[in-house]
Design a protein around this ligand. Structure first.
Ligand code: PLP
Length: 416
C-alpha cells in the first residue's frame, strides 16, 4: 500500500484533482439552469463521499445477506422513514441507483414481458426510461405513446383515454422530463381503472414541490410513484419508489433487487437520508416556494425577450422556451449560452419540426440557482443575460462581456 493511502486525499492524483477542481470552478463561476441538476448541501456531499462506499449489502434492511450491516440497516431505515414522512406514504424503496432503475424495477416487478405500457412520448416531454425504443424497457414491453394537444401543448386526456381503450395497457405512465404543467392524476387513475391498468407516476422533476404541497400529490391516485432525488428534491444522485398498497410490496422490491440491480449503493442511500432530512425542515418549503416563483419570473422575463414559453408558463421549477421567434436553433443557443457561463440544455418542443440534435427549444430551471440563493431580482438579471446572448450569439465580444457579468453575479452568491 502506498504511503498516504488513508490520508492523502485527491492530492495523490493531481490529474484527477485538476479535473474535479475545474468542475468546482465551473459550478462556482457559472449559472446552472439545467433542470436535472441542483446544488446539494455540504451535508449531502459528505454523506455521499463517506466510508459507506466501502460497505456492500444486498437485500432489505435488517434482512441482509452479508454481516456487519447494523449501521447500513440504520441508515437505510432512516432514509425510508424520512421519505415516508415527507411524502406521507406507507412504503418506500430507496435503493434504485437512478431514476431509470426505479422505473425499470417497477416495470419488471409489476409487468410481464411484452405487456403494453402507455406512456408519454419523449418528443412531447416524456422520459426515455418510460419505454423509448433505444432502451431495455422499449425492447421488453410494447410501448404506446401519448402526446400533448397541439393548441394547448398540454396532455390531452381524451387522447390518453382513447389510446387506453384501444390498446388495453397493463400500465399507464405519467410524468416527464420536459413537461412544465400540473398533471391530472385523478383523471389518469380513472382511465387506468377503466382498463384495469396500473398507474405509475414518475415525479422526478416535481418531487420537491410535491413534498411541500406546491404541486398535486400523485400518491393518493397512483399505484406506484417513482422519483429521482437529485433534481427539485435537491439531494443525492439516485432514485426511489413509493407506494401505499402492501400487496405490491414484494413485487416492487424484487423488481428493484435482484430484478434490475445488485448490491446497495449505501453512500448514495446515506445521501438520500441527508437530503430527505433537509426536505423535512421548514427551510425546504421556503426553498421550493422561491424556486417556483423564480421559475415563473424567469419564464415571464424570457417572454419579454421574445422567447415563446411553451404552454405559456409553468407550474413547476422548469420551463421550456421556444426559440422560433428568434430564428435560432436550440443547439446554437445552448452553445452560445455556455460560452457566457449559462448552462442550459437544448430540448425538443412539442411538434418540433427540427431534429433532437438541433431542436427548437431550450429547457431551463430555477432549481440550482435558487439553492444558491438567487431570488427574483437575480432571475430577472439572468433572463437579461440570456436575452443579450440570444440577440448576438456570434458576437464574442458581447459574450465575453456577459461572461464577466455572470462571474460577478456568481461571486456575490458563493458556493462551497
Ligand atoms: C431525470 C429523470 C429520470 C431519470 O433519471 P436517471 O437518474 O438519469 O436515470 C427518470 N424519469 C424522469 C421523469 C426524469 O426526469
Amino acid at each position: 500500500m502506498h504511503e498516504g493511502y488513508f490520508s492523502a486525499g485527491l492530492d495523490a492524483d493531481p490529474e484527477l484533482a485538476e479535473a474535479i477542481g475545474g468542475e468546482l470552478r465551473r459550478q462556482r463561476e457559472g449559472i446552472e439552469l439545467i433542470a436535472s441538476e441542483n446544488l446539494v448541501s455540504r451535508c449531502v456531499l459528505e454523506a455521499q463521499g463517506s466510508v459507506l462506499t466501502n460497505k456492500t449489502v444486498e437485500g432489505a434492511a435488517y434482512r441482509r445477506y452479508y454481516g456487519g450491516a447494523q449501521y447500513a440497516d440504520a441508515i437505510e431505515a432512516l432514509a425510508i422513514d424520512r421519505a415516508r414522512r415527507l411524502f406521507g406514504c406507507r412504503f418506500v424503496n430507496v435503493q434504485p441507483h437512478s431514476g431509470s432503475n426505479a422505473n425499470a424495477g417497477v416495470f419488471l416487478g409489476l409487468l410481464k414481458l411484452g405487456d403494453t405500457i402507455l406512456s408519454m412520448d419523449v418528443a412531447a416531454g416524456g422520459h426515455i426510461s418510460h419505454g423509448h425504443p433505444a432502451t431495455l424497457t422499449g425492447r421488453d414491453y410494447r410501448i404506446v405513446a401519448y402526446g400533448v394537444n397541439r393548441e394547448t401543448e398540454r396532455i390531452d386526456l381524451d387522447e390518453v383515454r382513447a389510446l387506453a381503450h384501444q390498446h388495453r395497457p397493463r400500465m399507464i405512465v405519467a410524468g416527464g422530463s420536459a413537461y412544465p404543467r400540473v398533471i391530472d392524476f385523478a383523471a389518469l387513475r380513472a382511465i387506468a381503472d377503466a382498463v384495469d391498468a396500473y398507474l405509475m407516476v414518475d415525479m422526478a422533476h416535481v418531487a420537491g414541490l410535491v413534498a411541500t404541497g406546491l404541486y398535486p400529490d400523485p400518491l393518493p391516485h397512483a399505484h406506484v410513484v417513482t422519483t429521482t432525488t437529485y433534481k427539485s428534491l435537491r439531494g443525492a444522485r439516485g432514485g426511489m419508489v413509493l407506494w401505499n398498497d402492501e400487496g405490491l410490496s414484494a413485487r416492487i422490491n424484487a423488481g428493484v433487487f435482484p430484478g434490475v440491480q445488485g448490491s446497495v449503493m449505501l453512500h448514495a442511500v446515506a445521501g438520500k437520508a441527508a437530503c430527505l432530512g433537509e426536505a423535512l425542515q421548514p427551510a425546504f418549503v421556503a426553498y421550493q416556494r422561491s424556486a417556483l416563483e423564480n421559475a415563473r419570473v424567469l419564464a415571464d422575463a424570457l417572454a419579454a425577450h421574445r422567447l415563446r414559453i411553451v404552454t405559456g408558463g409553468t407550474d413547476a421549477t422548469l420551463l421550456l422556451a421556444d426559440l422560433t421567434p428568434l430564428g435560432l436553433s436550440g443547439d446554437i443557443a445552448a452553445k452560445a449560452l455556455e460560452r457566457a457561463g449559462l448552462a442550459v440544455n437544448k430540448n425538443l418542443i412539442p411538434f418540433d419540426p427540427h431534429p433532437p440534435e438541433a431542436p427548437s427549444g431550450l429547457r431551463l430551471s430555477s432549481n440550482a440557482g435558487t439553492a444558491r440563493g438567487f431570488g427574483v431580482a437575480e432571475f430577472e438579471r439572468i433572463a437579461g443575460f440570456i436575452g443579450r446572448v440570444l440577440a448576438a450569439p456570434d458576437d464574442e465580444m458581447e459574450i465575453t462581456a456577459i461572461r464577466n457579468d455572470v462571474r460577478t453575479l456568481c461571486a456575490a452568491w458563493p458556493i462551497y
